[in-house]
Design a protein around this ligand. Structure first.
Ligand SMILES: Cc1cc2nc3c(=O)[nH]c(=O)nc-3n(C[C@H](O)[C@H](O)[C@H](O)COP(=O)(O)OP(=O)(O)OC[C@H]3O[C@@H](n4cnc5c(N)ncnc54)[C@H](O)[C@@H]3O)c2cc1C
Length: 395
């Protein structure tokens, strides 16, 4: 029987008092996993979100998806994730405005060029059609680029951008249709392990759960602390802005390796662009917008694309990156707290990874096979000193 719902996928009233799976966090990761559990018949699932759905990073991101990575596991997962994105509209009934205009990475030094060549060779071995470009060839793809400081570029025409929100609606609607309860404005305040699972205290009453999944993104260390587990991921403010709409002129997402600047053009014509600016690392999530970001970004963007000098900025906002020490996510069951699971530490790429991670998480928890990434990205690697070979293309 379906759960009682209000208009849309959100369930009315307080959460049910007992559930098989309780997911903390109604961002893309929590919703994708809930959907994939329900798809495989595990629909006794409650998702608790302390704000509105996707109040965290998932509702604030740039929508970039790419197969260009420096580690084999990420190349393979993203090959699959892009395919899942392409099928999303057909399978979940929502148009996600996927546009495969490619990703163009720009290298400015010989060292960057050498690393780029290595990454491109790795990607090619797995069937990703990335190719190295001379600076002038990069101008063939984006004629407005100033290539005077470029050493090289690389381009994969199958990378792209999508509109994040329909993704969330697709997962939320389809999970709710299959009986998953989604509760917004419901905060998890305490989690007490018990012989039969967990007693979870929420702002709308207690819930007993056999398994708890921590999908709280940049807030995941806080949620893990509720069961006495210290996580090594840390929040980092990441700012982004969007300009007035311009005539379509930009095909790919462009990314400058040295500065971390990236920019793309949305289907509505706005240039959406961000850059990482240092911040106070005190473990708290900060979401305010800073002038320092605006000036840093403006200088770098105009250096790379002088013709954008006069464009007007319409909106600036921030979201929390959830940064893990080796740049790879933290997933799976916590060895010291059986039944408590993690899906966090996705830094600046959790949106594009959610389709494939959600699929394998759902499959595993529903009794299916366990993908190797659960071992590679387990929490225990930090204590054992077995860090992942560092992924170089993070943002
Ligand atoms: C500006 C920006 C640009 C980005 N660009 C890209 C991009 O182009 N491509 C890409 O793939 N990724 C991008 N990312 C990263 C991506 O958005 C994240 O990796 C992804 O959204 C993480 O999803 P999540 O569900 O793990 O976390 P979130 O979306 O942050 O969800 C966690 C949720 O948990 C809730 N929560 C926290 N504590 C509690 C509690 N105690 N009780 C109940 N609920 C709680 C929060 O309110 C939040 O909604 C970007 C991020 C930012 C900030």
């Amino acid at each position: 029987m379906s759960a009682p719902t209000t208009a849309g996928p959100v369930t009315a009233g307080p959460p049910k008092r007992e559930t098989e799976v309780l997911i903390v966090g109604g961002g893309i990761m929590g919703l994708a996993i809930a959907y994939h559990l329900a798809l495989r018949g595990v629909s006794d699932v409650v998702v608790l979100e302390r704000g509105y759905l996707a109040a965290g990073a998932s509702g604030r991101n740039g929508g970039g998806i790419r197969m260009q990575w420096s580690t084999e596991i990420n190349v393979l997962l993203m090959l699959e994730s892009v395919e899942l994105c392409k099928r999303f509209a057909g399978e979940l009934g929502v148009n996600v405005w996927l546009r495969q205009g490619g990703y163009l990475f720009l290298a400015q030094s010989e060292g960057e060029r050498a690393r780029m060549e290595k990454n491109v060779a790795l990607q090619n071995r797995h069937g990703v059609p990335t190719r190295m470009l001379l600076p002038e060839e990069a101008r063939g793809i984006v004629p407005e680029l100033d290539v005077s400081s470029l050493a090289a570029a690389c381009y994969n025409p199958r990378d792209g951008i999508l509109f994040p929100w329909p993704f969330l609606w697709g997962y939320a609607n389809q999970a709710a249709k299959r009986g998953v309860e989604l509760h917004t404005f419901t905060e998890v305040t305490a989690i007490e392990p018990s012989p039969a699972g967990f007693l979870v205290q929420t702002s709308k009453g207690p819930v007993r759960a056999q398994r708890v999944l921590n999908c709280a993104g940049a807030w995941s260390p806080e949620v893990a602390r509720l069961v006495g587990v210290e996580l090594p991921d840390r929040p980092h403010r990441h700012e982004i802005l969007s300009t007035e709409p311009l005539k379509p002129f930009l095909g790919p997402m462009v990314s400058v390796l040295s500065s971390g600047l990236y920019f793309s053009q949305s289907m509505r014509g706005e240039v959406v662009t961000g850059i990482t600016v240092p911040d106070l690392d005190d473990g708290s999530v900060k979401l305010g917008s800073r002038l320092r970001f605006l000036t840093t970004l403006a200088k770098e963007l105009v250096r790379v694309m002088p013709r954008l000098a006069g464009v007007k900025v319409l909106r600036q906002w921030a979201g929390p990156y959830d940064v893990s020490p080796d740049g790879s996510p933290i997933v799976g069951e916590v060895a010291t707290v059986p039944g408590f699971y993690l899906a966090c530490g996705f830094t600046g790429h959790g949106f594009m990874m959610a389709p494939v991670v959600g699929k394998y998480y759902g499959e595993w928890l529903a009794g299916g096979p366990r993908h190797p990434f659960f071992d590679r990205w387990r929490l225990g690697r930090f204590a054992e000193g077995k860090l992942e070979s560092e992924e170089m293309i993070i943002g």
